[in-house]
Design a protein around this ligand. Sequence first.
Ligand code: GLP
Length: 261
Amino acid sequence: MEVIVMQDEAERVGLVADRIAGLLAAKPHAVLGLATGSSPLPVYRELIRRYEAGALSFRGASAFTLDEYVGLAEDHPERYRHVIEREFTSHVDLDPAAVAGPDGTAADLPAACAAYEEQIRAAGGVDLQILGIGSDGHIAFNEPGSSFASRTRIKTLTAQTRADNARFFGGDADAVPHHCLTQGLGTVMEARHIVLLATGTEKAEAVHQMIEGPVSALWPATILQHHPHVTVLLDRAAASRLLLADYYREVFAGKPDWQGI
Ligand code: GLP
């Protein structure tokens, strides 16, 4: 796991955008894994800026989102399908038909989950997955206790996650759905490169556990210790509980430029 602590947001975002640009240049039909939540938003804004400047095209690419609420009306603005469109995909030349997410409105949810797994497989799998992390250590919506082998399925959100996400529902935790569909940890782990972004002290404990804690279903993100190519980008606050922070800084400072992330 590569851990990069950088206080400057533009620098952190630049590293991720450069990596995505490099991927698209080498593989125009790349498959991107997109996350919702606030952590990836600066990356999306930078990708949109580069697209508008004519420096980047997503024309041949496709994208899969991680998760979706269950129980929100089709046109609810907080459905992740709408969020990702509003925040990112509608502003670039990604074909709307090439952007998929689990269908939280399906009558048969298990069938929708199985179909989503199949769709990802048929696309050749995710080349680069952008991730955030919940304050309880969840990735996508894989809450504590999630199986490390899990695939896309229905999950129940914790009270902590519903409280954390209340800010998107007018501050009302009761308005946050109890259920969601989410790619499983086994699904997420098949992405070829995982780039996780976290900022702020409220993420510090989850980040410490993810990088330095014992691998445990209690902190689902710890499964990433078993992935061969994970890049974690942190500000100082999110890195504030890391035991080996000085070492991570030393490693990154000594890294040759050609290596990228
Ligand atoms: C949400 C999402 C996750 C996201 C996480 C952190 O509930 N399902 O994919 O990574 O919580 O969100 P944020 O980046 O807003 O802190």
